[in-house]
Design a protein around this ligand. Structure first.
Ligand code: PBG
Length: 333
């Protein structure tokens, strides 16, 4: 054939392929989500093989392992005892609570590790919602934001580097920014869950934290989070959220879940110069693990290909439970 252009020329050898490769994964791109509880031993999580609810000591070991593999940021999620859960989730701003203690310990033991937090009420709420649920079953916005601000300040005071509001209340980024600044934490950043969808992919995470919405006698509790998390059918709406977050002072924007929402990452990439993070959520992790356990897929290849797809879509950072495995594989080359 008489072809002027043969794309295969640049695919012929590993050296040529490496020269024209557009995206690279690096351990420094990863944010490693970790679950912590009050127990003295680590507990396996059924739907998330390989992940654990760490004791405080176990957490420190896992964070140093991640550090040694080149991971430079962790995000901490608490499993809170039922007895501490209330309607307003006020345990979330207890400065002696599990998360502030965990942050302090991580910062003492591995001071270089960036620590990100989650801001939302669900692990602390007896109703299992990210906000306060009224007697009529409405998730209250402005009342919730006041509590979220106190939660963010407690986390900043413990030493958090990045505050991650995952609650999807309106106006929370601006309110948290102001609260942090007022308390002397203008150096603490906000990584906003900008486009967070009402997704079925969060199931294993809710099992890990025992944080799913739950009905209580005498109060109508919404069974899902669709009055605050976004409708999976909506793409344009993510741009509205992005515009607001940027105006309100977010430092990094996040899209969540990641894999089923690569188009959203790509759209935001075209609209903002801020760094974008993709959250490779618990359900995505569980699917890969389940298929790999059965020998149906090659776990290493599938994970690295998936993580690369986030970067190709336009993400700079990736929250992933595969962080340590992937960092290890990248080292082996
Ligand atoms: C809580 C929160 C959730 C996740 C992160 N923060 C669950 C939810 O919104 O119900 C999900 C993470 C995952 O599935 O890996 N606000």
């Amino acid at each position: 054939m008489d072809l002027a252009y043969r794309p295969r020329r640049l695919r012929r050898t590993p050296a040529l392929r490496a020269m024209v490769r557009e995206h690279q994964l690096s351990a420094a791109d990863f944010i490693y989500p970790l679950f912590v509880h009050e127990g003295v031993s680590n507990e396996h999580i059924g739907a998330m093989p390989g992940a654990q609810r760490w004791s405080l000591n176990g957490l420190l070991e896992e964070v140093s392992r991640a550090w040694d593999l080149g991971v430079r940021c962790v995000v901490l999620f608490p499993k809170i005892a039922d007895g501490l859960k209330t309607e307003d989730g006020s345990e979330c701003f207890n400065e002696g609570g599990l998360i502030p203690r965990a942050i302090r310990r991580v910062k003492e033991e591995i001071p270089g590790m960036a620590v990100m937090t989650d801001v939302a009420l669900d692990p602390y709420s007896c109703d299992g919602h990210d906000g306060i649920v009224s007697a009529e079953g409405i998730v209250l916005n402005d009342e919730t934001v006041e509590i979220l601000c106190r939660q963010a300040v407690a986390q900043a005071r413990a030493g958090a580097d990045l505050i991650g509001p995952s609650d999807m209340m309106d106006g929370r980024v601006a309110a948290i920014r102001e609260a942090l600044d007022d308390e002397g934490f203008s150096h603490v950043g906000i990584i906003s869950y900008t486009a967070k969808y009402a997704s079925a992919y969060y199931g294993p995470f809710r099992e890990a934290l025992d944080s799913a919405p739950r009905a209580e006698a005498g109060k109508p509790i919404p069974k899902d989070k669709s009055t605050y998390q976004m409708d999976p059918a909506n793409g344009r709406e993510s741009l509205t959220e992005a515009l607001l977050d940027e105006q309100e002072g977010a430092d990094i924007m996040m899209v969540k879940p990641g894999l089923a929402y690569l188009d959203i990452i790509h759209r935001l990439r075209g609209e903002t110069e801020l760094p974008i993070a993709a959250y490779n959520v618990s359900g995505e992790y569980a699917m890969v693990k389940a298929a790999a356990e059965r020998g149906w897929i090659d776990e290493r290849a599938v994970v690295l290909e998936t993580l690369l797809s986030f970067k190709r879509a336009g993400a700079d950072l990736i929250l992933t439970y595969h962080a340590c495995d992937a960092a290890g594989w990248l080292r082996q080359g």
